[in-house]
Design a protein around this ligand. Structure first.
Ligand code: SF4
Length: 268
């Protein structure tokens, strides 16, 4: 059966919602929140793999070591995502790396609180979770769905945009499949949190992660249904319009029909 991008978004967010609710259970805990975030990451990866078999083009230009999109941006995370990232940082064995992250989180969090979430990472400022020398994300396994959604088709365009001051230039061509899947899964997570009586707001990454590390009692209260007081909420958005516009989802049957037409054309 063919799915329009809108139908696909609805299906993914519905399934993401159901999975998140099942993982949170009737009496959510911070640990269940962490498990829900990782469940969402696995689900998004699995769906993306499936989608890329049906629609392999266009291919994202992102490669290991390319990190232009980790500068001068602002990432919105759910509380479970912040818990998952905080847990990965807490588990780091290298104390130097860990204290470097904590210093950067604190500096940047102070900046965010002073200037607001929209200006979160100020021009050319790196995400505190980036290993700048290697160009890799230190919390790669727990990186937020928003980061997973931002896959570029043109790394030179990302470079130009970041060097000009920020990475949100609307002319950067983005991979519609990665944007659609990851954003739809995050939407489902937001809906599941609200349906479970939890704070489903999305928060600015830096302040949210710092809150989860420094004030675990705030996370306990979140699991009991309270809001996170110390972070800055960012309004939730639907999957980017450009992703929806450019996304088409061919079914197996449509792909077969196309191959048949191509064969006919070649015979002519
Ligand atoms: S969390 Fe990781 S992937 Fe996302 S902006 Fe920071 S360093 Fe980059």
């Amino acid at each position: 059966m063919d799915l329009t991008p809108q139908q696909l978004v609805r299906r993914l967010s519905r399934e993401s919602q159901a999975r998140t609710r099942a993982t949170l259970g009737k009496q959510p805990t911070p640990d269940a929140g962490r498990a829900a975030a990782h469940g969402a990451y696995s689900y998004a990866d699995e769906q993306l793999r499936h989608l890329l078999v049906l629609q392999p083009e266009p291919k994202a230009a992102c490669t290991e070591g390319c990190s232009w999109c980790c500068y001068g941006g602002c990432v919105a995370v759910t509380v479970p995502e912040a818990i998952a990232i905080a847990a990965q940082i807490n588990a780091l064995e290298d104390e130097t790396v860990k204290s470097g992250i904590m210093d950067r989180l604190q500096t940047q969090s102070a900046f965010v609180k002073q200037h607001g979430a929209a200006a979160a990472w100020a021009p050319r400022l790196a995400c505190p979770l980036l290993d700048q020398a290697a160009g890799t994300c230190i919390v790669y396994d727990s990186r937020p769905l928003k980061c997973r959604a931002w896959a570029s088709l043109d790394s030179e365009a990302c470079k130009r945009s970041t060097q000009a001051g920020g990475n949100s230039d609307p002319s950067i061509p983005l991979d519609p499949a990665q944007g659609l899947v990851n954003e739809a899964v995050q939407m489902g997570q937001v809906e599941a949190l609200a349906a479970s009586g939890l704070d489903g707001s999305r928060y600015e990454l830096v302040t949210a992660v710092l809150t989860a590390i420094q004030t675990p009692e705030a996370i306990e209260r979140w699991a009991a249904g309270e809001r996170i007081p110390a972070s800055l909420p960012i309004p939730a958005t639907s999957p980017s319009a450009s992703a929806r516009r450019r996304m088409t989802v061919p079914s197996d049957q449509r792909a077969k029909n196309r191959a048949k037409r191509d064969r006919k054309r070649q015979r002519k």
